[in-house]
Design a binder for this molecule. Structure first.
Ligand SMILES: [Zn+2]
Length: 337
């Protein structure tokens, strides 16, 4: 079967790739394009090829790689990479693409994929903030949309899936992706299975969860050590005492400017800690909430206490971010501001 898009009439190389169930897919491309691969250049020099019966200038090269991955690689070679920093990858299997790029030594594309992955699963809190804001905006938009769908997509379709990133980070030795991916995975319920959530026939319970903005994960991709790390991180994230203790210690002594709400502030914070597992997100929300114009007076807290709380939540957030490698038992990865 000819690939509908990647078939150039003036091509001189027919690449035949396998599919899991259907017949192989053929791509008619240009040798000079694939020659960016040193591996392919060696294959060209050392192998004999048959010519295509119709496209008589074209040699036929059968590869063992999955056709879907080959198609993405060719898209990258002919056009551009199907992702950028503003628009993370969701539909493309980056693992499959990276595997091919490594195999055929496409060094430039490999470097760009790794740069994209490091941007999506950052070691810097400043970049994590960008993703957190994007996810919050998307979540709010989907929560307000009919059936939780925008352009026939649920929230879960629009965000990258963390368990596959953990598997990919392990396969390609990219340990710096682990902390952000483990943190994101720790926010997903273990009963939310990606394959069930994205099956052709969607059961009603899964459909409802998707409509409510529930995230899912590819749990079977995790190894026993991954699961142990996740369990350890869960324990740390769910022991909220450290969160309230840290916020309590940041509460400044009452001054003459203090208002009625200043003393009851801690009770409100304790509730925040009890009601969320996403500590980083909750601290961002708290800071944004308190610094909204007029919010301090509505909460009956003085400006000094409001500012102290904003500063404390920012400092605490950085402290928690830096602790993630320890929480998830990930040695050798350092997280920065
Ligand atoms: Zn006060």
């Amino acid at each position: 079967m000819q690939h509908p898009g990647l078939w150039f009439e003036d091509g001189d190389l027919v690449l035949v790739a396998n599919t899991a169930c259907a017949q192989p897919i053929s791509f008619l491309i240009h040798r000079c394009t694939f020659c960016k691969s040193p591996v392919f250049r060696r294959i060209l020099l050392t192998n004999d090829f048959n010519f295509h019966p119709i496209y008589k200038d074209a040699i036929v090269w059968e590869v063992t790689d999955p056709a879907a991955d080959v198609a993405v690689l060719l898209q990258c070679l002919y056009y551009d990479l199907p992702f950028n920093h503003a628009e993370p990858t969701v539909t493309v299997d980056l693992g499959g693409l990276l595997r091919l790029c490594k195999k055929y030594e496409f060094a430039e594309i490999t470097a760009r994929i790794i740069a994209q992955l490091k941007h999506e699963w950052p070691t810097s809190l400043a970049i994590w903030d960008i993703h957190e804001t994007r996810i919050r905006t998307l979540s709010i938009a989907h929560a307000g949309a009919p059936d939780g769908q925008i352009d026939a997509q649920y929230l879960d379709n629009r965000l990258p899936e963390p368990a596959s990133i953990i598997a990919l980070a392990r396969e390609f030795a990219l340990p710096e992706l682990f902390p952000a991916a483990f943190y994101a995975l720790a926010l997903v319920s273990s009963s939310a299975n990606y394959d069930a959530f994205h099956a052709d026939f969607l059961p009603e319970s899964e459909r409802q969860q998707l409509a409510n903005g529930t995230r899912s994960a590819r749990w079977p991709l995790l190894t026993p050590p991954d699961l142990l790390r996740l369990a350890k991180g869960h324990d740390r994230m769910r022991s909220q005492k450290s969160l309230t203790r840290a916020l309590a210690s940041s509460q400044r002594p009452q001054t003459k400017d203090c208002a009625a709400g200043c003393t009851s502030l801690l009770t409100a914070l304790r509730e925040l800690g009890d009601h969320t597992h996403d500590i980083l997100g909750a601290l961002t929300y708290l800071r944004l909430y308190i610094s909204e114009p007029g919010q301090a007076s509505r909460m009956k807290i003085c400006a000094g206490c409001a500012k102290a709380l904003c500063d404390a939540s920012a400092a605490l957030r950085l402290q928690i971010w830096r602790s993630l490698p320890e929480w998830f038992d990930l040695t050798g990865v350092e997280l920065t501001a």
